[in-house]
Design a protein around this ligand. Structure first.
Ligand SMILES: Nc1ncnc2c1ncn2[C@@H]1O[C@H](COP(=O)(O)OP(=O)(O)OP(=O)(O)O)[C@@H](O)[C@H]1O
Ligand SMILES: [Mg+2]
Length: 206
């Protein structure tokens, strides 16, 4: 089942929250920018990793601390026990959402690049830090993504070598109200990066 709070209740009972001495606000003051999550979502090859890294590079030039959390990389470590079933995809996103929140609380601008195909999963990630969650929808047609196919995985999905591939034989639920929607089939990479940087300025995050 989707969005049912899978694994949301702690198993332990004798646990107590210990308030941090140095707060997020203290760290934001130190760094002179605010922590936030920039959550990219979209089909494979829609440009999530390209834009997350492009924005991080631009912010880095401006002296801003960033980290990119990227799909396959996280599956090499933290999430290597997870596959691509709906339940595993949900748990994948839940963990990423928690990690993103940790980075936000360390006043780091964190950029996540996961297909994150289910609306309910993205909502859970947003609910963890509603004021610090910027959803960027890489809104790119399946045709364009398939034409790009930088990893050759659409070819494998079409031939049946890869199963449960988003857009082919697994669903992608587009965001209804993303903070930013970028048609990466129409806009250049630089235009997309500028739009995101501009938005961060408008929101007073940088
Ligand atoms: N405006 C644009 N924004 C982002 N990428 C673009 C744009 N125009 C063209 N591209 C190209 O599209 C490709 C996007 O690939 P990328 O690996 O970033 O996708 P992804 O969404 O991270 O896919 P995956 O989910 O498989 O990791 C790159 O080759 C990039 O150069
Ligand atoms: Mg990627």
């Amino acid at each position: 089942m989707k969005g049912d709070g899978f694994m949301s209740i702690p198993k332990s009972q004798n646990i107590t929250w210990h308030e941090r001495t140095i707060s997020t606000a203290d760290l934001e003051q130190l760094h002179n920018h605010r922590g936030t999550t920039i959550w990219f979502t979209g089909l494979s090859a829609s440009g999530k990793s390209t834009l997350a890294n492009g924005v991080a590079a631009e912010l880095h030039k401006q002296g801003i601390s960033t980290i990119v959390l990227d799909g396959d990389n996280i599956r090499h470590g933290l999430n290597k026990d997870l596959g691509f079933s709906p339940q595993d995809r949900t748990e994948n996103i839940r963990r990423i959402g928690e990690v993103a929140k940790l980075f936000t609380s360390a006043a780091v601008i964190n950029l996540t690049a996961f297909i994150s195909p289910y609306r309910s999963d993205r909502q859970l990630a947003r609910d963890l830090q509603p004021d610090k969650f910027i959803e960027v929808f890489c809104d790119t047609s399946l045709d364009t993504c398939e034409e790009r196919d930088p990893k050759g995985i659409y070819k494998k999905a079409r031939s049946g070598e890869i199963k449960e591939f988003t857009g082919i034989d697994a669903p992608y639920e587009a965001p209804e109200n993303p903070e930013l929607r970028l048609d990466t089939g129409e806009m250049t990479i630089d235009e997309c990066i500028s739009k995101i940087i501009g938005y961060l300025g408008d929101r007073g995050i940088i």
